[in-house]
Ligand binder design. Sequence first.
Ligand code: TF8
Length: 337
Amino acid sequence: MKLLRSVLLATGLAAAILAPVAASAQDIKPRLIRFGYGLSESSNQGRAVKFFVEEMSKRSGGKLKVKGFADASLGSDIQMQNALIGGAQEMMVGSTATLVGIVKDFAVFDLPFLFNNEQEADAVFDGPFGQKLAAKLNDKGLVGLVYWENGFRNLTNSKRPVEKVEDLKGIKLRVMQNPVYIDMFNGFGANAVPLSFSELFTAMETGTVDGQENPVTTIQSSKFYEVQKYLTISKHVYSPWIVLASKRWYDGLSNDERKIINEAAAASRDFERKDSREASKQSIAYLKDKGMQINELSDAELGRMREMVKPAMDKFAADGGADLLNELQGEINKVRK
Ligand code: TF8
């Protein structure tokens, strides 16, 4: 008994002495991690990538070196997703809307007028619903780490102010490569033109399209005011970004490395949302200063748009999305209470 006690004491002591050594001798290898994104380095997306780069370096003693690639220099969202799946690129951030070819369920977030504010969105994306959708990427070769905020989307065009839905008639409007967006804007009377973000500026400049829709932060950072005169605050969809890792690559990491990535990603999410929300408050004044003519859609007009978009909602439900949409609405209602 006495012997056992002293052995226990000794091993306990040894563990106590070894513990700090073990903790510092983490299993982290020097790695270069290519992180691609579509917006510019000076955008909210670029600032958050920079934050993530620094967090990773700090948390890994400089071993996990992330290099950000801005302006879709590694490819459009869809091209990067495929590079991640194949293991040719490690990380990216992009819209969930462009993931629908891989996990169809993500289209539920593209339905209009679901979220009333950012707080509702945070609760749903960080809660079980958002996590369940992210987990569906695992079978497809992707790891969904965290959601960042892209923001509420608004309309711009070079033709005329959009004060009522009818003003959209005949406007060639670029949308993301996503069936819900195509149905929604065709339903509003526009001619929806699906196009990757990286081709958008030139398409507006050359008149291939007349307009587009994105959060004000993006309209500012991508300098759309140079080729778009009219901005309509419509907040028709709350748009998230998702930070993705290549599953093939991620599975080959040590537990310590994965832990650092997960924690740095969570920190980047908190930074990005705060930063984007602050930035978006300045954007309207900035865009006005750049010469954009800005109007807000009235509640009555937004109500009409909700009615007009019902066929697109019904189509989503009929295509097998009914349960998912109900579940999402249930989650939002929980937060609202
Ligand atoms: C869009 C999206 C884009 C994002 C970005 C490139 O309109 O809102 O801003 O996908 O990551 O395509």
